[in-house]
Design a protein. Structure first.
Length: 309
């Protein structure tokens, strides 16, 4: 427990010093009488004698006092000016930082080792303090969820055309108690989707001639199209391949009998040049087929394409 230090007024100190100077009593007796330390009394005496001349030169005291006040005022004005500039610069930098940096990037600037409190740092960087303690639950992190992801991956590897509905049914057949919503969420989390030609990769043009479907004459009793030799029937189509940013179109020609890809090409546009380039490449290496099967989209019924055949 600390002892509070006793303070004395200037009048009290002056009174005791005068008694010491009168010399009627020793210093220790006066100190004991007024309950002060002898060393304090000697210090007051020394201070009094050192400043005694000021009592006869008031102008010097006043001048020194005024000069000291003036210096303090100048120092105060200088500090206020620098403080004002610092505040303006700080506001400018904070606004720029907030506009250029994301919330995540600003959070990375927080430093618990600084003398500035974390709460103050959040205010300066325009960060919600509550967001610091929010930890989103990582999806599919339990052992059962990871097991489900592995099962989906195995099924997808064997059946890449499965969407979340057929994937759900397959998982249920395999003993997993899952619903469509969970499977859809899991497939989205894994970044996989059914691989099949999407609708409207080609659309018919009403002004173009519509050709008859010739493959119906090659169906067997089971309704399957059966072609007996190479280069008798070619088939072509356009699909798209999803990329990390956007997608590209894939056009290809396949021989119906051998199932061999005769030619293919990729493009970021689905125009006539894509399909004609694929056709010209196939014809450069193989004889023209008897039947050329398409879905009769506008690219395949265009005059420029038909003339090549």
């Amino acid at each position: 427990m600390s002892v509070k230090r006793k303070t004395y007024t200037a009048e009290f100190k002056a009174k005791l010093v005068l008694e010491v100077l009168e010399g009627e009593k020793p210093v220790n007796e006066i100190a004991s009488q007024y309950k002060v330390l002898p060393t304090s009394l000697k210090s007051w005496k020394k201070q009094f004698l050192g400043n005694m001349s000021l009592a006869f030169d008031k102008s010097t005291v006043v001048k020194e006092y005024k000069d000291e006040i003036e210096e303090l005022k100048k120092s105060k004005d200088s500090i206020a000016k620098k403080l004002g500039e610092t505040i303006v610069e700080k506001d400018f930098l904070v606004e720029k930082l907030v506009s250029l940096a994301s919330s995540k990037e600003r959070k990375e600037l927080l430093d618990t080792k600084l003398k500035i409190s974390l709460n103050r740092q959040c205010n300066l960087l325009k960060i919600s303090k509550s967001s610091l303690y929010y930890e989103p639950i990582k999806p599919f992190s339990t052992s059962n969820e990871i097991k489900l992801l592995n099962a989906i991956d195995e099924i997808y590897e064997e059946f890449p055309s499965y969407g979340y509905r057929r994937m759900t049914k397959q998982l249920q057949r395999d003993g997993y108690n899952v619903g469509k919503k969970l499977v859809k969420k899991a497939m989205k989390y894994m970044g996989i989707e059914a691989l099949y030609p999407k609708p409207k990769t080609t659309t018919a043009n009403k002004e173009h001639y519509k050709y008859p479907y010739l493959l119906k004459d090659f169906r067997n009793d089971a309704g399957q199209v059966v072609i007996d030799r190479n280069n008798k029937v070619w088939s072509t189509d356009i699909t798209y391949i999803k990329l990390e940013k956007g997608f590209v179109y894939l056009a290809a020609i396949i021989d119906w009998h051998s199932k061999k890809i005769l030619s293919w090409n990729l493009s970021n546009t689905m125009d006539i040049s894509l399909v004609t380039s694929v056709l010209n490449e196939a014809l450069a290496f193989y004889p023209k087929p008897e039947i050329f099967n398409t879905d009769q989209g506008s690219q395949y019924t265009a005059k420029a394409y038909v003339e090549i055949l």
